[in-house]
Design a binder for this molecule. Sequence first.
Ligand code: 5RP
Length: 245
Amino acid sequence: MPLIPYSELKPLSDPTEESKRLSAYKAVDENFPPSAKVIGIGSGSTVVYVAERIGQLDNKADFVCIPTGFQSKNLILDNGLKLGSIEQYPQLDIAFDGADEVDTQLNAIKGGGACLFQEKLVAYSSKSFILVADYRKKSQNLGVQWTKGVPIEVVPSAYVYLTGKLNEYGAESVVLRQGGSAKAGPVITDNNNFIIDAHFGAIQDPKQLHQQLKMTLGVVETGLFLDYPQKAYFGEKDGSVVVRT
Ligand code: 5RP
């Protein structure tokens, strides 16, 4: 699969964008299985470069890409890739996705783009799951770098009840995520639910927190991704890439 060498690419003017592209290109170059048939494409600004790199492959007709949301569906189409659905292709060879924060154990917070349910479904369905991110997402402990909170997808009618519960669970802040403007109202997910961002400070036991949240009435899914990523790629400021496995 001939790809343009990184050194021959025009540098990006924004260093953070450069680090996103670096992580995404390296993750694809090192992990894309040559015989892959079904690929998951996540959401966010870093995955843009994943789709771009996969779009440079000359065997694009040989595999189908599964999106995790509206943006990712457009990314697949814009890069000339074949679009499929998770219902048609429930078993994926590999999936690439972005992250809001990743700890040393490869636990991650995701859902900054409100697509966490579909992202998790794709991650669960994939033989291999690779995270791509810039240096700001590399953390020792979840909840330290990413202070906007754990995104939680909730049934709309339960959001007031859940706000109380999350405060009871020790959240430092609980915010019902709003759309672009004050008039827009709450963000509505692809599954017609709301997103609550709940910040718990440094999360000592992400598994326990995830389980507690999942047991709470009205919670559809949490943005705590535990045990799925096999590798995480972080583009650094100095042009290097750190890989955690
Ligand atoms: C969307 C996500 C994104 O992957 C995450 O927010 C990272 O985004 P970006 O690459 O723009 O930093 O989980 O739900």
